[in-house]
Design a protein around this ligand. Structure first.
Ligand code: ZN
Length: 717
């Protein structure tokens, strides 16, 4: 897309514009240059994942563009980077017809299926051996995009394959989809391309974390997250979900001369096939079309694809690749194998359901069926009642699953689950298992309705369900189940991380009366515990040491550990940045809380209430008296250097520290973390297999490069 020379030129333009934008001196004559520069950085960030400027620098240029376009509205263009943003809500998504039907692919599950498919393809083409292009089968939501005269004019969901929903406004929020692309260079006037929208694993995890913090049921898998996101009526919310798109198929195009070309669509093929002059050779093969899309700035599977001659090599590759699927940053559920040459695709044509020139090789399902034997109702730390299905043990993707959360009553009703049902259970990657559906055709009449309790299974109080909530809730603050869950949450890995405690010990100590509340952790009767069966001196010493050590945890972990409703890990960090001492929150007004980044009315209200509740304040006083770290400005447990004003970035795999730990060490000492290498960076810490960031940092004389050991030494100095 961008040659080294062009990259250099755009980098130079970037720094010139950055200098001018500081003083708001960019002239209207430089608008197009500003847009080019921003598009270039979008491409570096969202397509290559290799940014060349910091987020801050990008934002500065973006704001400058917004300012200029507001001043000169007639100079604004539809494909300007500012024009992704839509304001207001979408009323509805009109149904539109695809230019060429979006057929589904035939599925294969083993080598035999592939051999059969290859044999038929060879018979129909009369060739001894075919060339195949193999690429990942992305597990997301299919889309079709139309570009006309180089501009994105429509984006649609797959729908039933004939018609889909026009979701252009949401597609425009996906920053790896260019709003314009120079198809005219290839002699193309209008083109329909296909691809997949997906949410990568880390965005998915973060998104679910937010849902859980709001007591909402998490999304089942990244595929549902992607397809659900495409139909959201608030485009700004779509933008926040960090969707990505791979584009991997050209289904139709008209050349500038007006001749229709429909690669691989057999009977739809026009009778007159004439190549217009200048049309590129790339449009003779599938791999060529991927190259073209890549060259035009699309994220096509150009690097992921592999070319093979003959089916044996394809089968070998499938076997190897299946073992690597978990290493990808996104979910895939198989590989797609396509006959590479378009002329041969045309000759093979299609059946009524599938093209004959492509097949999907599906990986082993991460689904299994089992029997739902009973439903238990668990009381969470906020009192919400969660139905949990107990199923006959079943092995899915190497893990034995025995219980599956059903989240809430609405989910149970929607899926029409009954006790005794045979259910289809899915466990994708590291996602928590969930029930896809009951196999209702297998029912014999003995299945029983799932009955929700009216009273708390732990304390017997009457359960309440408010209008806007999906969960039934026990509102007894002293409900023993809630107290235990709050202590378990406090000690959990992402909170105070008291490793040798564990859920079972909390329940046991609570049952014995050794532990009544959170501060009770810091005054456990160790002598009595040592006397218990199964508690050796060593394990008690370890427990005591782990609990003592937890007092040093940074304050954002303590905030998260308190279990304030709607406050997840990310919000806890935001909150920690806003204070010097945890008790500062006692003085915060609602308005001050609302001014914090990403804190809405619901979250602010919850924090406000928490720090005005007498019981909570007493708990905080106790915790402080036991010496827990309430302080945000530096922490006694980490020695040394004052990193105030210093910026860090980590790249490659660290051997001793987790990335998050290392970043925390920097932040605890007053330093900050940057997202990319730029002249604003002071230190780059490199681990194993450091890539482009290291190369880039070497070119900037002011960046100091440290190994992990040097970093540790530096921070402990
Ligand atoms: Zn209760």
């Amino acid at each position: 897309m961008y040659s080294p020379a062009l990259t250099k030129e755009l980098q130079k333009a970037t720094s010139d514009l950055l200098k001018k934008s500081e003083k708001k001196l960019v002239a209207d004559s430089e608008l197009e240059s500003l847009r080019d520069v921003l598009r270039f950085h979008e491409y570096r960030y969202y397509v290559l994942s290799d940014p060349l400027v910091s987020d801050f620098e990008y934002d500065m240029l973006y704001k400058e563009l917004e300012r200029l376009e507001a001043e000169f509205p007639n100079l604004r263009t539809a494909d300007s980077p500012t024009q992704r943003v839509a304001r207001g809500l979408t009323k509805d998504f009109p149904t539109v017809q695809h230019l060429v039907p979006m057929l589904s692919l035939e599925n294969s599950y083993n080598a035999g299926d592939l051999l059969d498919w290859d044999r038929k393809a060879r018979e129909l083409t009369g060739l001894k051996e075919l060339e195949y292009c193999v690429e990942p089968k992305f597990d997301g939501a299919s889309i079709s995009l139309i570009y006309d005269h180089d501009m994105l004019i429509r984006g649609a969901t797959r729908g039933d394959g004939i018609e889909g929903d026009d979701v252009t406004v949401n597609i425009r929020q996906i920053r790896s989809v260019p709003l314009s692309a120079r198809f005219s260079r290839y002699g193309i006037q209008q083109i329909e391309i296909r691809g997949e929208v997906l949410m990568n694993k880390s965005s998915f995890k973060k998104y679910n974390e937010q849902l859980i913090a709001q007591s909402l049921p998490p999304l089942a898998n990244p595929r549902n997250a992607a397809s659900g996101s495409l139909r959201i009526k608030d485009p700004a919310e779509v933008g926040r979900r960090n969707l990505e798109a791979f584009l991997y198929h050209v289904s139709y195009y008209t050349s500038v001369a007006g001749v229709k070309e429909v690669p691989g669509q057999g009977s739809l093929k026009p009778t007159v096939k004439k190549k217009s002059p200048g049309q590129d050779e790339l449009l003779n093969t599938h791999s060529g079309s991927l190259q073209m899309l890549w060259d035009l700035g699309f994220r096509s599977p150009q690097k992921e694809k592999k070319l093979f001659r003959g089916i044996q090599a394809v089968m070998d590759y499938c076997a190897v690749f299946e073992n690597q699927r978990d290493e990808l940053p996104y979910e895939i559920d198989g590989l797609v194998i396509k006959v590479n040459e378009f002329a041969l695709q045309d000759r093979l044509g299609m059946t009524t359901h599938h093209p004959r020139w492509a097949i999907a090789f599906k990986f082993k399902a991460r689904q299994a069926t089992s029997k739902l034997t009973k439903v238990e109702f668990q009381v969470g730390r906020t009192g919400s009642i969660t139905p949990v299905a107990k199923i006959d043990p079943v092995l899915i993707g190497g893990v034995t699953v025995t219980s599956v959360s059903l989240f809430n009553e609405d989910v149970v009703n929607e899926k029409d689950l009954k006790i005794g049902d045979t259910v289809l259970v899915e466990r994708a990657g590291d996602v928590i298992p969930y029930i896809v559906k009951p196999l209702s055709e297998l029912r014999n009449g003995s299945e029983k309705k799932i009955i929700f309790p009216t009273h708390c299974p732990a304390c017997g109080d009457k359960l309440i369900r408010s209008e806007e909530e999906a969960a039934w809730r026990c509102v007894n603050i002293n409900c023993p189940a809630q107290v235990v869950e709050r202590i378990i949450h406090f000690a959990s890995k992402d909170a105070m991380d008291i490793r040798s405690l564990g859920d079972a010990n909390v329940r046991k100590f609570y049952g014995l009366g050794y532990l009544k509340d959170i501060p009770g952790l810091y005054r456990l009767p160790y002598e009595q515990i040592s006397a218990l069966e199964g508690y050796g001196d060593k394990s008690v010493t370890n427990l005591q040491a782990a609990i003592t050590k937890s007092k040093e945890q940074p304050v954002h972990r303590l905030i998260f550990a308190l279990g304030i409703r709607y406050v997840g890990e990310t919000t806890s960090k935001t909150l920690a940045h806003a204070i010097k001492d945890l008790n500062d929150f006692r003085k915060f007004s609602l308005e001050e809380l609302l001014n914090l980044e990403d804190v809405g009315p619901k979250v602010a209200g919850s924090i406000y209430q928490f720090f005005r509740n007498e019981d909570n304040l007493r708990m905080l006083d106790s915790l402080k008296s036991y010496g827990l770290n309430f302080n945000n400005a530096g922490d006694a447990s980490v020695h040394g250097s004052d990193l105030e004003g210093q910026t860090f970035l980590f790249t490659g795999t660290l051997a001793k520290l987790k990335r998050s730990e290392a970043e925390e060490m920097v932040e605890k000492n007053g330093g900050s973390i940057l997202s990319g290498v730029s002249s604003k960076l002071n230190f780059l810490v490199v681990g194993e297999d450091a890539g482009s960031k290291l190369e880039k940092a070497k070119k900037i004389p002011t960046v100091r490069i440290l190994t992990e050991d040097q970093f540790l030494q530096f921070i402990n100095d």
